[in-house]
Write a protein that binds this ligand. Sequence first.
Ligand SMILES: [Zn+2]
Length: 250
Amino acid sequence: MPRLPLSPIRTGGKAARISNQRLDVDGLSFEVHRSERRKTLQITVERSGELSIVAPLQAEHHQLIDFVQEKLVWIHTKIEEKSRLQQRAPIKEFVDGEGFLYLGKSYRLRLVDEQLVDLSLKNGRFCLRKMSAHRGREIFISWYTRRAQGWFEKQVAEQANRMGVEVEEVKVQDLGYRWGSFGTAGRVHFHWKAVLLPPRIAQYIVVHELAHGHHPDHSAGFWIKVEQHLPDWRWRKSWLAENGIQVEGI
Ligand SMILES: [Zn+2]
């Protein structure tokens, strides 16, 4: 992919002050994000099982510990739920009427006798050639990968410009449990499954990965960068942590 033009980095001073630290309670380790916009405490259990807590700037250490201890049962239930869900990703059968996600919407599958391509999306239906149905999984993955390539290239071109990040290559592939990655020399990778997510959630993944163009880690500066370009990133991140699991299986 051609090198994208570099635009000046915006230094909008309105971003909330966030400082990162870790909190360990009862053998559980939380990534702590502090924000002056935040009024209450919130715990998130990522699909990977990672834990984070968002706290108001002035919340004291012991308040965080008390909050975590109050929520221990809920946290352990969530952790178990996530690992159970990961184990039983729904297996697709590639039969008539089955629903398949694309950019957050579910489309029914129809098996068709004659079609020039293996798979098409038309009139709100996925049409899969009957004689190719036994290769359904492989066909869907390659369809999603192609669509994701176009979608993410476009998104990255727009956002990279705004965020002042130089991108050399956008590549869509199977990234295991990661939605995206920002590699050395401006290589941005996305999981093909990310194109199953609603666009606003997939956009968060784009901004998240591009922010790594400025900060390789998840430091305070990193989240400030995300917030500058996506002020409402928090609900998108939580949505992904809560619901991302559902796009797991194909
Ligand atoms: Zn990251």
